[in-house]
Design a protein around this ligand. Structure first.
Ligand SMILES: *[C@@H]1O[C@H](CO)[C@@H](O)[C@H](O)[C@H]1NC(C)=O
Ligand SMILES: *[C@@H]1O[C@H](CO)[C@@H](O)[C@H](O)[C@H]1NC(C)=O
Ligand SMILES: *[C@@H]1O[C@H](CO)[C@@H](O)[C@H](O)[C@H]1NC(C)=O
Ligand SMILES: *[C@@H]1O[C@H](CO)[C@@H](O)[C@H](O)[C@H]1NC(C)=O
Ligand SMILES: *[C@@H]1O[C@H](CO)[C@@H](O)[C@H](O)[C@H]1NC(C)=O
Ligand SMILES: *[C@@H]1O[C@H](CO)[C@@H](O)[C@H](O)[C@H]1NC(C)=O
Ligand SMILES: *[C@@H]1O[C@H](CO)[C@@H](O)[C@H](O)[C@H]1NC(C)=O
Ligand SMILES: *[C@@H]1O[C@H](CO)[C@@H](O)[C@H](O)[C@H]1NC(C)=O
Ligand SMILES: *[C@@H]1O[C@H](CO)[C@@H](O)[C@H](O)[C@H]1NC(C)=O
Ligand SMILES: *[C@@H]1O[C@H](CO)[C@@H](O)[C@H](O)[C@H]1NC(C)=O
Length: 556
């Protein structure tokens, strides 16, 4: 099943070499990484919030080069993401391997009912097969669940109880022993950790319990997942503590210097190579404009890597306590080449490439692959709906990024619309689409719209119409290639005039409009780009046909 996707990946031959490795190791929104090694293989899973399929699973043999091999949550587990508010859904997971079985635990956060956290577990014996089990739900609440398998066979479930949880409150880690086959708690949960950071920033989340060299360790993400985000490390005589904090300070904390280009480091997991060298994976952001904590992080929270060293008395530090950077010196990792890459999708497989995502579990018969094209039949829902819209998107994984697609479409009603989108979330997105021209419905236009574009014009829609030349129109409708071009400062929308080799750009907007934090709201998102069609409130009998999607990821 792994190799049925017929994609072309062409790689520029003038890449630049980094001695060591390049962060982020998984670019584009991929937060809350958890990773394990099984033999010579590494597996890593990230959170997915309201996007589906959920829990992307990545594989690597060198810790640096990661390929998506599938998802933990698909239609097979019967997890239905419905009507999730932005940043609801699937939170930080923990992946573990015990006695031949992969255990992947996470929680489902219903943003309409924030006290209902629903931790659950899925398992598989063959992680490459994608055959994950149905969920087993735990009766302990909390977010960011961790499973720890002790040598005696006892299994410990640790969860973070945020302020809005029913009891406990104020950033504490709670733990019980559980039966992983039923999800039942075997003991009443006990509080094993309370952050002693100042109350305002006292978020203790993303716990992981380890047994290393005979001692138990508790690792916790603290300080809130923003400016002061860090990972702390504690040691104790049992899986439940009592805990002694590392005298060396946080395992990981770039927030000591808010002018550093990599910020918000935390939500870390630890792995050890077969040669005994330790590493940590964690999330961080790279703000733009300015390139420090005051900038906006367009690509969202991405996955980073750092070597971890242990002091003589058994305390770990990421990057030996130094700042995490884009280029990490590491004599034990082969020099990495940084190359511009082009990803093509010609829809020549019968299933969608695993890099495409939906907002919410899709329902209704609105997309199909036919004859090297992706055919979308718009639903009545526009892109501000919480699910059920005809939309497929992929992560923008580089700051210089070009996305384009051929579109064939014949709008016959003013409500008909199909095009490409630069997407942050349901409240913030920017579109270029083929529609009938406003007040001139006998002609066809490219419409550009920016929706929820920031704090001053929050919620306002700026729409412009650009007439399309008749050469693009035939009896079968319009045929046009549409482009998005992103740089760290600006996004542009354009199309390729027939017979021309150069794109005509019709509008541009500042990249801050693609920021995950926008309009005064926090959202745990990053930029995505994709294809959509909508009947804007009505059924859409005309289908939109997309072909030859190209995503160019450029690096400097
Ligand atoms: C490990 O798996 C085997 C085979 O499934 C089972 O018989 C055994 O009880 C398991 N051991 C533990 C400690 O769970
Ligand atoms: C998937 O796993 C289930 C057990 O969880 C097993 O019964 C089934 O045969 C597996 N299917 C495939 C295709 O491997
Ligand atoms: C949590 O902290 C707030 C102050 O920020 C306090 O009012 C509240 O009582 C605390 N809740 C618990 C359960 O300790
Ligand atoms: C971020 O902005 C604040 C308020 O404008 C300013 O005081 C601070 O120096 C800025 N930080 C950096 C690293 O530029
Ligand atoms: C574990 O102990 C061994 C032997 O003392 C030592 O060589 C090794 O570095 C220790 N590992 C860690 C992670 O502390
Ligand atoms: C790690 O940091 C310590 C203290 O700053 C320093 O003495 C030591 O040389 C560093 N180790 C390496 C391998 O850089
Ligand atoms: C699939 O594509 C072919 C070739 O473009 C077309 O003839 C056929 O009608 C399409 N089938 C469907 C179900 O759209
Ligand atoms: C949105 O636009 C309307 C009409 O131009 C204006 O009255 C309103 O103040 C704007 N809202 C914001 C938040 O800027
Ligand atoms: C396309 O752009 C290039 C570079 O600006 C220019 O040299 C060329 O003449 C243009 N081609 C056409 C057909 O306009
Ligand atoms: C890669 O892309 C960057 C940014 O667009 C560009 O500056 C650089 O020249 C490209 N490198 C190659 C080898 O094409």
């Amino acid at each position: 099943m792994l190799h049925i996707y017929t994609l072309l990946l062409t790689v520029g031959f003038l890449g630049h070499y980094v001695s060591g490795f390049r962060n982020p190791i998984i670019s584009g929104v991929n937060a809350d990484p958890t990773a394990i090694r099984v033999g010579d293989d590494y597996f890593l899973v990230t959170s997915s919030f309201e996007y589906f399929p959920g829990l992307p699973i990545y594989h690597s043999t060198d810790l640096v080069d990661w390929k998506i091999i599938g998802h933990g949550l698909t239609i097979k587990n019967a997890i239905y993401d419905r009507q999730l508010l932005a940043s609801g859904g699937i939170f930080a997971p923990t992946l573990r391997h015990y006695n031949g079985t992969f255990y992947l635990i996470t929680n489902y956060a219903d943003s309409f009912n924030p006290s209902d956290q629903r931790p659950f577990l899925i398992t598989t014996n063959d992680i490459f097969s994608g055959n994950w089990s149905m969920p087993t739900y735990f009766d302990q609440t909390g977010i960011d669940p961790d499973l720890f398998f002790d040598d005696d066979g006892c299994v410990y479930l640790s969860t973070a109880l945020p302020e809005f949880a029913p009891t406990g409150g104020n950033s504490t880690i709670w733990q019980s022993q559980v039966d992983v086959t039923s999800g039942k708690s075997l003991i009443q949960p006990v509080m094993i950790y309370r952050s002693d950071l100042p109350l305002k920033i006292r978020w203790a989340e993303g716990p992981h319990v380890y047994k290393i060299n005979g001692s138990y360790y508790l690792s916790v993400a603290e300080g809130g997942t923003e400016v002061l985000h860090r990972q702390t490390i504690h040691r104790g005589p049992s899986p439940s503590g009592p805990w002694e904090a590392s005298p060396l300070g946080p395992l990981l904390f770039n927030g000591r210097d808010t002018s550093a280009p990599v910020q918000q480091t935390g939500h870390a997991d630890l792995i050890v190579r077969p040669d005994g060298k330790w590493y940590s994976v964690f999330l961080a952001v790279r703000p733009q404009n300015p390139n420090n904590i005051n900038g906006s992080w367009i690509l969202g929270r991405e996955t980073y890597l750092s070597p971890v060293t242990w002091s003589e008395d058994g305390w770990p530090l990421a990057n030996n306590g130094s700042e995490i950077t884009f280029e990490m010196a590491d004599p034990d990792i082969a020099a990495t080449s940084i190359e511009n890459t082009t990803w093509h999708d010609t829809f020549s497989s019968s299933v969608l490439d695993p890099s495409w995502e939906f907002r919410g579990t899709p329902y209704g018969d609105w997309y199909r692959i036919n004859d090297s094209s992706l055919v979308l039949r718009g639903t009545p829902r526009a892109l501000d709906a919480l699910d059920g819209m005809a939309l497929v998107i992929r992560r923008q994984d580089s700051l210089w990024h070009d996305f384009s697609a051929d579109l064939e479409f014949q709008p016959t009603l003013e409500s008909h619309e199909a095009g490409v989108v630069a997407w942050v979330n349901d409240e913030y997105h920017n579109t270029i689409s083929v529609v009938l021209c406003k007040d001139q419905p006998s002609s066809v236009c490219l419409k550009t719209a920016t929706i929820g574009q920031g704090i001053e014009i929050d919620g306002n829609v700026t729409t412009t119409y650009h007439p399309l030349g008749t050469e693009h129109v035939s009896d079968e409708g319009v045929a046009v290639r549409i482009y998005i071009s992103a740089t760290p400062e600006t996004y542009k929308f354009g199309y390729l005039p027939l017979g021309s080799e150069n794109v005509t750009w019709v509008t541009a907007f500042p990249s801050s409009w693609m920021a995950a934090r926008s309009g005064g709201r926090t959202s745990w998102h990053g930029a995505r780009m994709g294809l959509y069609a909508t009947g804007n409130g009505f059924p859409m009998l005309k289908e939109a046909v997309f072909k030859n999607v190209e995503a160019v990821s450029n690096y400097k």
